[in-house]
Design a protein around this ligand. Structure first.
Ligand SMILES: *[C@@H]1O[C@H](CO)[C@@H](O)[C@H](O)[C@H]1NC(C)=O
Ligand SMILES: *[C@@H]1O[C@H](CO)[C@@H](O)[C@H](O)[C@H]1NC(C)=O
Ligand SMILES: *[C@@H]1O[C@H](CO)[C@@H](O)[C@H](O)[C@H]1NC(C)=O
Length: 686
């Protein structure tokens, strides 16, 4: 959802300490981990590798030489131009080095935003643009921490807390971005909301409602304060989600289970390049996007060649508008990727809990406000998933003689990251299948955003509350989660087209045919961006990215299709301010011609932005997209009406989409997949 509770504190707090479970068998997993990473450390840079800690330090040194009092809001790889990367890949065997490593940096200095490109190979600043548009960059964890502490020493706030009969030492605060509602604003501000701990840990369930505190971030002081009304703080009873704090009886009926690969995993990690089954792809961590998958290609044994599928894909923006119009809530319409950073909010994954026994972990690095690199250990895990599912099967009893039954089991490779953006936890899975399918699943868990209320029963309520009553004095506010994915498919080459195949019902009126109806397919190849804006849910369709220059032997275009799981579309008005900023939600699919700078569906600088640099705006140019290097954007949505089962912590609710090979192969690509050999269990004592 929307607010980052201070990162540093969470990492160090006693509430969340990370235990590495030690069992006889897990030492084996750790051994594999070291084997893989000792190979990785001696590796040459891939042009898409994220900046290393020493490169991040170099960026800090170079920028601090020319700017004083600078705070770093984003540092990431400025990736080489696409043709450079593709030709590097083609000549990879010759071990050609990329001539220049560039960093893209957003800093604030003298209350101004600068977009800077640093050449790490020559140690110099290539360009430095002062930005004077409407938006502001990612918030740093440090400035949120500083802002969160301000109310605790602010006399009017202390008076408000005391007036409510509460103890200031038991108050904890959290930062909220403020959006934009048509006003002229020239200051970087945040709103800070506070909660009552008083022995509880699930403070998000215990808001101190009715108070709005505004903080000017450049001056780091409170510039607005309004105590509007007194509302009871919801009780702590029943809010604790820690195992150690649950009352007996526990449900202990399930027996232990594990996934164990005595021969080690079937994938390798070479630097940031992952190889598994017929797949190869590059995996990078970015402090804004989190995981970035690049250069995904699949080996086709029939053609004896590696065929490109996807150049670069990542979660581009995450829009979470709440539906409460009151003074303390109306502005809560977050753009989490651009305001808080999906990568910046990522957690170290907990072995055996976040990821199974057979998982291998990777670290990620980001830049702190002062420019120093910081590590997030175990930011990704990779594991082979075997969940007892069937890859394909058939039983044939109709033949003379014995019945034939052929079954293959399904194993896939999962890349996982978890981002905890304040109260919400987003579980992001990129799953690669032997069929050539890429499946993306987003799981929502964590804590709801709770509003305090006088009500203790639905029968008392006779007003618009914008929320559901989940416990006494506890309202969970209605909201949405919209995720926009940047999917730069390069299906067998970068010149691609987008085809919408409509399944058109046909009415039959023929004397000699007993049927009255059927459906047929009608293809439409999109010529321009406006041809490819798709709202799902209106009739049945297929959505293909094809290579119009390549066909299968029988003459079908070689392609991939997107199979959406979610059809949610925005329910807000087009002219509403937050909907202008989150305009990429208007359609579930968009197609744009590839442009390196068009990365972020909600814009590059989104905090308080006016929505003038969004996917919705870029596509107004209505550029040509036929037989061009194109990018497919998919918006996945959840309308979240909270229910009591979401309290005090939400069981994971998932949705996603799949990219399927579609006349990409000449026939079923997993016909020759052999069943892996039977696992022999070693002498495990525990
Ligand atoms: C840097 O910032 C600090 C605190 O905001 C201020 O006191 C100092 O004068 C600034 N220095 C320069 C060189 O701008
Ligand atoms: C922003 O900067 C550009 C180029 O530096 C300039 O043309 C424009 O007038 C500026 N806009 C504002 C609002 O200052
Ligand atoms: C307030 O909380 C602090 C810290 O938890 C505690 O030491 C103190 O006794 C409390 N004061 C009152 C008046 O309850």
């Amino acid at each position: 959802m929307g607010f980052n509770f201070f990162y540093i504190m969470i990492k160090k707090s006693r509430i969340m300490s990370y235990h590495k479970p030690k069992t006889m068998c897990s030492s084996f997993r750790i051994l594999i981990f070291f084997l893989i990473f000792s190979i990785a450390s001696s590796h040459e840079f891939h042009p898409l590798d994220p900046l290393s800690p020493s490169e991040l330090s170099q960026v800090q040194t170079i920028i601090q030489k020319s700017h004083q009092n600078v705070s770093f809001h984003y540092v990431g790889l400025d990736e080489p131009k696409k043709p450079v990367v593709l030709s590097w890949q083609l000549n990879r065997k010759h071990n050609k080095k990329i001539s220049h490593r560039l960093a893209f940096v957003i800093v604030r200095t003298d209350a101004k935003t600068h977009e800077i490109i640093v050449d790490l190979s020559d140690s110099l600043i290539v360009s430095d643009k002062g930005y004077n548009g409407s938006g502001y960059p990612l918030l740093t964890s440090e400035e949120q921490t500083a802002a969160n502490e301000l109310p605790l020493t602010y006399a009017p706030f202390i008076a408000s807390v005391q007036k409510r009969g509460l103890n200031v030492s038991e108050v904890i605060c959290s930062s909220f971005t403020v959006g934009w509602y048509g006003e002229k604003r020239t200051k970087r501000v945040l709103k800070v909301m506070c909660y009552y701990i008083d022995g509880a840990v699930n403070f998000y369930m215990r808001p101190i409602e009715g108070i709005t505190t505004t903080v000017d971030l450049d001056e780091m002081k409170i510039t607005g304060y309004h105590d509007r009304l007194m509302v009871p703080v919801p009780k702590a009873d029943g809010t604790d989600y820690r195992e150690s704090m649950q009352n007996r009886p526990f449900d202990t009926r399930l027996k232990g289970m594990t996934v164990f690969q005595p021969d080690g995993p079937s994938f390798t990690i070479d630097g940031h390049t992952v190889r598994w089954a017929n797949w190869e792809f590059h995996l990078a961590f970015d402090m804004r996007a989190g995981p970035i998958i690049s250069l995904a290609s699949i080996y086709d044994p029939e053609k004896d060649e590696r065929r490109s599928v996807m150049y670069r894909a990542y979660l581009s923006e995450l829009f979470v508008p709440y539906m409460d119009l009151t003074e303390e809530w109306y502005y809560r319409t977050f753009l989490d990727a651009g305001e808080f950073g999906i990568g910046l909010c990522a957690n170290p994954l907990k072995p055996l809990r976040d990821c199974p026994e057979n998982a291998v972990f990777m670290d990620g690095y980001f830049t702190m406000q002062d420019g120093k690199p910081e590590k997030i250990s175990n930011v990704f895990c990779l594991f082979e998933r075997y969940a007892g599912d069937i890859l394909w099967r058939h039983t044939e009893p109709a033949l003379p003689g014995d019945t034939i039954t052929e079954v293959r089991q399904e194993t896939s490779l999962v890349v996982r990251m978890v981002s905890t953006v304040g109260n919400y936890d987003y579980i992001i899975d990129w799953e690669f299948k032997q069929t050539g399918t890429i499946k993306v699943t987003i799981g929502l868990s964590g804590l709801l955003a709770i509003k305090g209320s006088v009500y203790t029963h639905n029968d008392q309520i006779n007003e618009e509350l914008y929320a559901q009553l989940l416990a006494e004095n506890t309202l969970a506010v209605h909201h949405d989660h919209f995720l926009s994915f940047h999917l730069d498919l390069d299906v067998d080459g970068d010149a691609n087209s987008f085809i919408k195949t409509k399944l058109k019902p046909v009415r039959v009126n023929k004397k000699d045919v007993p049927r009255k109806s059927y459906w047929r397919t009608v293809n439409h190849m999109a010529k321009t961006e406006s041809d490819a804006k798709i709202k799902l849910g209106l009739g049945a369709s297929e959505f293909l990215v094809v290579n119009p220059n390549k066909k299968t032997k029988v003459g079908n275009y070689i392609g991939y299709r997107l199979i959406p799981e979610s059809v949610s579309s925005p329910l807000l008005s087009d002219d509403d301010f937050e909907q202008i900023r989150g305009g990429f939600t208007k359609y579930n699919m968009w197609v744009t011609p590839y442009k390196k700078s068009e990365k972020w569906a909600g814009g590059l600088l989104v905090d308080q932005g006016h929505g003038d640099d969004t996917l919705a705006k870029w596509t107004l140019r209505n550029r040509e997209i036929e037989n061009k290097d194109i990018v497919l954007w998919y918006t996945l949505g959840f309308h979240h009406v909270p229910y009591q089962e979401d309290f005090p912590v939400m069981p994971t609710l998932s949705s996603g989409f799949e990219l399927w090979p579609t006349n990409f192969f000449e026939h079923n690509p997993v016909l020759k997949v052999k069943v892996p050999k039977q696992v022999k269990w070693p002498n495990c004592t525990k």
